[in-house]
Design a protein around this ligand. Structure first.
Ligand SMILES: *Cc1c(COP(=O)(O)O)cnc(C)c1O
Length: 401
């Protein structure tokens, strides 16, 4: 009998009891809106911002309605507007080019390397071509050489917005992901590192930028109630000219998130245990390339990727089907038609068509799977055994295109 894996790949852990209790308190109070406080009361949302600022070491933090909203607010707050060109990764998730398009700007895609990070050579070439900003996506948690990236962008005068939807808690050379560029954006949507269903966070040290982001999020003139915000003087000019584009977080979500933030360091250790078990289980396997993780990178292994270089599409489809039969859900980024969460530049046809041969080649062999914390390290080891067996069988049968 062949072994079969039996757990769902999309099942997250329950919300911690402390979060459920805090959520009940908020609901019983009836004061779910972040500015609905009595007397000296500090809202859950303001406390979350203060705690997340401390977690990342940022001076300022703003909690918003989603990660995509955070990206849009960051773009607007640095002055990106209609017609501007914004560089971003050719391999990312749909909300990233979507946020660029939402402010009327034009996504310009940068190639990805086979280590799944932005191609710094292509970035250097495109940085000098009149782009207004780089929206850098640390897609699937892979962090590029941030020292080199910042040197390229600083030399070109290009502000960097970091999309840390997959790197909350990660770091490059000890500096938290989201703290290299001018602003870092995070998501607390169910499949990310903290779960409030929907939600987002922005961090920055730039007072003027953060004042604009807070006003954009719909603070009215209540920004004085924030605790991780710049002083009132920073809002003086911006408050007259910044539109309200409502996208606040509410106290219910913040209440659910605060205990998860306190747990995050422990959760990261657990995710990395799953990740390293996968890595060990798939090491030295002919036909399969693991993604090297540099020493400078502190990872959060909430998902796992590997490459099948030079495999033909039929062979990849056969692997996906055979693994699925054995309970292992693999996502292939090379499929011709967009399926589920899209991550290919050519499925975003509101952006001008662009030639990215290197990215296309990488995605043609890229396989991805989630590692929710409802899995134990033995589960990861079993998943790796199943993938290993199926890859070996197909590789020996001959899989080249
Ligand atoms: C999830 C995600 C986002 C946006 O987050 P939402 O909270 O779903 O809007 C942005 N970038 C990447 C890479 C993501 O995976």
């Amino acid at each position: 009998m062949q072994e079969r894996f039996n757990k769902p790949f999309t099942q997250q852990e329950p919300i911690p009891e402390a979060g459920i209790e805090a959520a009940l308190r908020v609901m019983r109070s009836g004061r779910l809106h972040r500015y609905n406080t009595v007397g000296e009361e500090i809202s859950e949302t303001a406390l979350l911002e203060e705690e997340f600022a401390a977690f990342t070491g940022a001076r300022y933090c703003l909690a918003v309605a989603s990660g995509g909203y955070a990206l849009g607010a960051a773009l607007r707050a640095i002055g990106v507007g209609p017609g501007d060109r914004v560089l971003t990764n050719g391999f990312t998730l749909a909300p990233v080019p979507g946020a660029i398009a939402a402010v009327g700007a034009v996504p310009v895609f940068v190639e990805v390397t086979e280590d799944l990070t932005i191609d710094l050579g292509d970035l250097a070439a495109k940085a000098g071509q009149g782009a207004k900003a780089l929206l850098l996506s640390h897609m699937r948690g892979h962090i590029c050489d941030m020292d080199r990236l910042m040197a390229i962008c600083n030399a070109a005068g290009l502000p960097v917005i970091e999309d840390c939807a997959h790197t909350m808690g990660g770091a490059w050379r000890g500096a938290p992901s989201g703290r290299h560029g001018v602003v870092g954006c995070y998501s607390t949507q169910t499949y990310k590192h903290m779960n409030s269903g929907e939600g987002g966070l922005l961090v920055s040290d730039d007072a003027d930028l953060m004042a604009r982001a807070i006003l954009l999020s719909g603070s009215y003139m209540l920004f004085g109630r924030h605790r991780a915000a710049p002083p009132p003087a920073a809002f003086e000019a911006a408050r007259w000219i910044t539109p309200n584009v409502s996208g606040r977080m509410d106290n219910l979500r913040a209440a659910i998130l605060r205990p998860q933030l306190a747990d995050l360091p422990r959760q990261i250790v657990r995710w990395n245990g799953l990740y390293r078990a996968m890595e060990a289980g798939l090491a030295d396997l002919p036909g399969l390339r693991l993604v090297p993780r540099p020493q400078e990178e502190s990872i959060v292994g909430s998902s796992f990727q590997f490459l099948l270089p030079e495999w033909g599409p039929e062979a990849v489809l056969a692997l996906v089907a055979r693994c699925l039969e054995r309970g292992v859900e693999l996502k292939w980024f090379g499929a011709a038609e967009p399926v589920a969460f899209t991550s290919r530049h050519d499925s975003w046809r509101y952006a001008p068509a662009q030639s990215l041969p290197q990215t296309d080649r990488v995605l043609a062999g890229l396989i991805d799977l989630r590692l929710p914390l409802t899995f134990a390290p033995e589960d990861a080891a079993q998943i790796a055994r199943i993938i290993r067996a199926e890859v070996s069988a197909l590789w020996q049968a001959g899989v080249r295109a």
